[in-house]
Design a protein around this ligand. Sequence first.
Ligand SMILES: [Zn+2]
Length: 413
Amino acid sequence: MRATLGETADRTPANLRRAAPATAITRPAARSIRDVADSAPQGDQSGPARPGILMGRAFGIPIYVSQTWFIVAIIITVMFEPQVGQHVQRPLSYLVALAYALLLYASVLLHEIGHSVVARAFGLPVRAITLHILGGVSEIEQEPHTPGREFLVAVAGPLLSLALGAGGYAALLLVPMPDVAVLLVQALTIANLLVGVFNLLPGLPLDGGRLVRAAVWKFTGRQRTATVAAGWAGRVVAVAVLVAGAALSATGGADRWLTVIWAALVASFIWVGAGEAIRVARIREHIPLLNARALARRAVQVPHDTPLAEAVRRAQEAGAGAIVVVGRDDDPVGIVSETAVIATPEHRRPWIDAASLTRALDPGMVLPADITGEELVAAINRAPASEYLLVEPTGELYGVLTAEDVTKSFARA
Ligand SMILES: [Zn+2]
């Protein structure tokens, strides 16, 4: 059975790529450390969207195991069993092979706990650790504030893996064990050493890429530059993995094609992760340039009992991109949902009040027209909605900001 290899990736890019307006910028600073087992390199990128089954907590951090993991555990068991079978009889051999699968993932879990505990020590909240088909993900909610901390959070996982590998090696040398135990400890030792070494390859999205980022950040003082540099290093690592796989397969062997395919999958995973890291760095660079006023749509105000058709007509006449419903005292009470208007067939619009397609205004949906940058992103995070009312300091309505327009401005960046 091949050992577990690890790899880390940012969660943020996936969120941004999906570009649902609210989620796109819901957690601009959220990131995860993702580690990958090579046993199933085809990739489950869905991550925390469905965290799986809660197995317990370590240091207060909930630990989830994705349902896909159980399939992989069975595959690992079946593939490892023939080796075990040379030392113990069936069906006991299956039990030992299953123990290997469980210990393999326990190793990945310890690697993740390494990242998470250090992150927490620096006050960075850790939402969860999830073990899934590819390995593990630590959901750390904030970026470390200094390159030194970034370095320590990133290095903790691989160090723990290498320590486990070293411990296994020492046990093999020093502790007398039955053959089957030797086999098990050998396999786990190799797995942990590979996880440690592989994760230290110097490019994003691997842990080693975070170390590169920390170093460049330290020397340039510029976090974004560091991310882009580490992302490009990741692309170099991806190509190197591909070349190494091809070179390895050229030496022959029965599973040479397996080597090539596996290398290609790992390389593409790193390539994609590196590209996403670069993309997110560019997007985050764009945040300070965000300007609510510049992105605002002109809005018409209509009384709450105005038929939708009439409200749309007035908006078109005024060249407005949004409709605000006002109450009896002319105060805005809600914003008509553009999505709901589009979903309403034209022949029905005269018979529906604009107010019925209106999302009532929460306090969080009213923003100052002058809001910009990180402040704007934070405001959208606090109250995710599809539309926001922009008001002047005088209380006068300036216009409507849609989350979609904000997301589009990111896409142009
Ligand atoms: Zn890691």
